[in-house]
Design a binder for this molecule. Structure first.
Ligand code: TIU
Length: 239
């Protein structure tokens, strides 16, 4: 499969149609350029900037910000290759009808999802905090999947879009490693997708959870998928 369309101002890079071998764990990942898409999970201001949902939960958002640069480099290269990218955002309808009451009250915080915060109503679609950080902002032609849950397949049209584009493999990045990235990889694995998770492009508020979440993906012969770094992926693509 080729580009949804080429939008980057950078010059296009060449990538053959044949399989590309990527050094990964627990063993090499054979990337099929015609059938592979990048899915960037929830790189939203609400998770990565002060005053959003992440901080409201008591987290140190600076833990996630190290993922921005590697994602930027990866996304620029991915666009130059003309490969498809899907962005996701966790959040809810402004009327909150898709917000489970159990999720609303979780954490017993003074402010919860839907309440007003420094970046608008927390985790609500259309609000500043819900949007993707400017460093990784989607270009025209790159689908944005709005998801009410942690997984990108639950109550979204992601699977339909992937089917229509004949996508069978996902390169997965974003935040947080043990929550929305892990949930999405598990959902994708059960639907038959091969997932390659990029360690440096994922992050957690808890470094130990990040490490264990990656181990959970690649253990037992790659029970949910493969793990590598963006550097190794880009090296492999560059031949
Ligand atoms: N709290 C936390 O670690 N994550 C989330 O609530 N959502 C995502 O991971 N995107």
């Amino acid at each position: 499969m080729r580009a949804i369309h080429q939008t980057s101002s950078e010059p296009a890079a060449k990538l053959g149609k044949g399989p590309v071998r990527i050094e990964a764990e627990p063993y090499e990942f054979v990337l099929l350029p015609q059938h592979c898409a990048l899915v960037i999970i929830d790189m939203q201001r609400d998770f990565l900037e002060p005053g959003g949902f992440g901080e409201m939960l008591g987290n140190d958002v600076s833990q996630l910000r190290r993922t921005i640069e590697p994602n930027k480099r990866l996304l620029a290269a991915w666009r130059r290759y003309g490969l498809p990218v899907f962005h996701t955002r966790e959040g809810h309808r402004p009327d909150l009808f898709d917000l489970p009451p159990a999720k609303k009250i979780r954490g017993r915080s003074k402010t919860t999802i839907g309440d007003k915060g420094p970046m608008g109503r927390i985790l609500v679609r259309g609000e500043a905090g819900h949007d993707i950080i400017p460093e990784l902002y989607p270009e025209p032609g790159e689908p944005v999947v709005d998801k009410p849950g942690k997984g990108a397949f639950y109550a979204t049209d992601l699977q339909e879009m992937l089917k229509h584009r004949d996508v069978k493999q996902l390169v997965v990045t974003g935040v947080t490693t043990e929550v929305c990235v892990n949930t999405t990889v598990r959902e994708a694995n059960d639907r038959g997708y091969e997932c390659l998770v990029l360690s440096d492009c994922c992050g957690s508020y808890f470094p130990e959870f990040h490490e264990m979440a990656l181990k959970m993906v690649k253990a037992q012969g790659g029970i949910f998928g493969w793990v590598t770094s963006s550097e190794k992926l880009l090296e492999g693509l560059a031949g």
